[in-house]
Write a new protein. Structure first.
Length: 529
């Protein structure tokens, strides 16, 4: 074990090995942060990563980031042995390190606190790990009597009837896929916590999300103006005729779901720029002084920061997604209340006024028309929820298995024709005799809906798939994430909005949404913003 290096009289260290390790740590931190940003951007630009061909690159990229995070952690451990648990910063010359000083000689340089945890424990990790354990229990063969007590005695379509042993899940293959998705999200959550441990990196990532909102918002508005039904003007959705596309998403509701996270972050960046601008002009400056200050770096930053906020809010409202609009207004209310408690309600009020201005620009009659149409369409979702809850039977505790909603709720018990009978004549007759055939249930209250793969309510679907245990773990995960960021009003709004919209949609089943959500939830604010 190498001995620690004692700093010189001025608290400076110029040891060659320590310098190499510090520079390596700086490079790995930058690569990790940049890789996380690229993963988030790539996941949403690839149609939200809803197609199977996008899953493998997403998982492999996360694996690469996990390896980089591992090397970064090893570098921190080495520096701890060399320098101890202290904060170090690079001297402006870059030739030595200054200990226990964040800004050597008043100059801000790259710094790192070696006393922080090697691997932060982000808020979603513990609930997510317990959720994964619960899913594994669903996949383990259990005595039939015990399995019946957990998930009911009814044998659902896809499950094998057995008097000895059986699993709670009705499809090991589908539940394995769901478990892999859950593990990917948890790994990315930990990687994001490592990448965003420094406050400076958090600030850079927030600005990146705001710029991403500008790109997505501008593209969505241009796309709507041109009236195209092709994503990127060349991709035809595999389902439907493209009448619901918005931005890179196949469904405008999913675009709204995503922008519920992006827009509050953009508002937060705008609020930060306004604070810097106000600190320069003063709280009692006259109009002339305020206008002149707009030409200063702080004023220019304020104007630049307003563009992503306007674009993101405008695109979110332009989707006319009922659930997204309601969730957005409620999340703004949450942010305003939190800011009011710290006497900073002006930023929240400004965000509300900005939203109202965008609403008036887009046209309130169009919003009203869309709301009326959405109200008439809502009956289909409520019928699905009622049908799902009625079909729960004895599975309220453990559910039917993660990622089995489509088979459990829409599938019908397989049927087999008796010997000598056939539904068709001709050469197909022998192919049906004695063989089981799966069917699908028809919901009589919703004409034309003979099959549904999602509940359009993430809470109802989690209840159906994992029972009350899974639902409680999901709610606990949200509460833990909100508790960590409660001091940051805009980050809290970005995490509350999707949770509210989940009552009316299934956005948390989209990889792009999950990637951004777990990344934002990994942020532990250092400053009361």
């Amino acid at each position: 074990m190498e001995a620690s290096i004692l700093p010189g009289p001025a608290g400076a260290v110029s040891d060659r090995r320590a310098m190499v390790a510090a520079r390596t740590l700086r490079v790995l931190s930058a690569v990790l942060l940049g890789g996380l940003a690229l993963l988030v951007a790539g996941s949403v630009l690839a149609f939200g990563s809803v197609y199977h061909w996008a899953h493998a690159p997403l998982f492999y990229a996360t694996g690469v980031l996990a390896l980089i995070a591992l090397f970064r952690t090893a570098t921190v451990m080495y520096l701890r042995r060399r320098l101890g648990r202290s904060r170090f910063a690079f001297h402006s010359s870059g030739r030595w390190l200054v200990l226990d000083v964040e800004e050597p000689y008043g100059i801000r340089t790259w710094s790192f606190d070696l006393d922080r945890p090697l691997v932060p424990v982000p808020p979603l990790l513990l609930p997510g790990a317990l959720f994964a354990v619960w899913v594994v229990i669903q996949m383990v063969p259990l005595p039939a009597r015990f399995a019946d007590a957990l998930s009911g005695a009814e044998v659902l379509p896809g499950a094998e009837a057995s008097t000895d042993w059986r699993t709670v899940t009705i499809s090991l293959e589908q539940t394995t896929t769901g478990l892999a998705f859950l593990c990917w999200a948890l790994v990315l959550h930990v990687v994001a916590a490592i990448a965003l441990a420094r406050h400076a990196d958090q600030r850079v990532f927030r600005r990146f999300v705001a710029v991403l909102g500008l790109v997505l918002g501008a593209y969505g508005l241009v796309q709507m103006a041109t009236g195209t039904r092709l994503v990127y003007w060349f991709w035809k959705p595999l389902q439907g005729q493209g009448e619901f596309i918005f931005g890179p998403f196949i469904n405008r509701d999913h675009f709204g779901f995503y922008m519920l996270m992006v827009t509050p972050i953009a508002f937060g960046v705008l609020a930060e720029a306004y604070r810097r601008y106000r600190s320069r002009v003063g709280t009692r400056a006259n109009l002339r002084r305020r206008m002149v200050a707009l030409s200063s770096p702080g004023g220019l930053s304020l104007m630049y920061a307003s563009v992503p906020a306007l674009a993101a809010a405008g695109a979110l409202i332009a989707t006319t997604s009922r659930g997204a609009l309601l969730a957005f207004l409620l999340s703004l209310a949450v942010a305003t209340i939190m800011l009011a408690r710290r006497r900073g309600a002006a930023a929240g009020v400004a965000a509300v006024l900005l939203t109202m201005a965008v609403l008036s620009w887009f046209g309130l009659p169009r919003i009203h028309q869309r709301m009326n149409a959405a109200a008439s369409d809502a009956s289909g979702r409520t019928v699905v929820w009622e049908d799902t809850l009625q079909r729960m039977g004895g599975r309220w505790f453990a559910g039917s298995g993660l990622n089995t909603f489509d088979r459990a709720m829409s599938g019908a018990t397989a049927w087999a024709l008796p010997e000598g009978a056939s539904p068709f004549s001709g050469p197909y007759e022998t192919s049906f005799v004695g063989l089981p055939h799966a069917g699908y249930r028809f919901i009589k209250d919703v004409p034309g809906m003979f099959w549904y793969g999602q509940a359009h309510n993430d809470y109802v679907q989690i209840l159906a798939e994992t029972g009350a245990v899974g639902l409680l773990l999901m709610v606990w995960a949200f509460l833990r994430a909100w508790a960590v960021v409660r001091g940051d009003a805009w980050l809290l709004a970005a995490l509350v909005g999707p949770a509210l919209h989940a009552f009316l949609d299934f956005g948390f089943q989209l990889p792009a949404v999950v990637a951004l959500f777990v990344s934002l939830a990994a942020i532990k604010p250092h400053v009361q913003d």
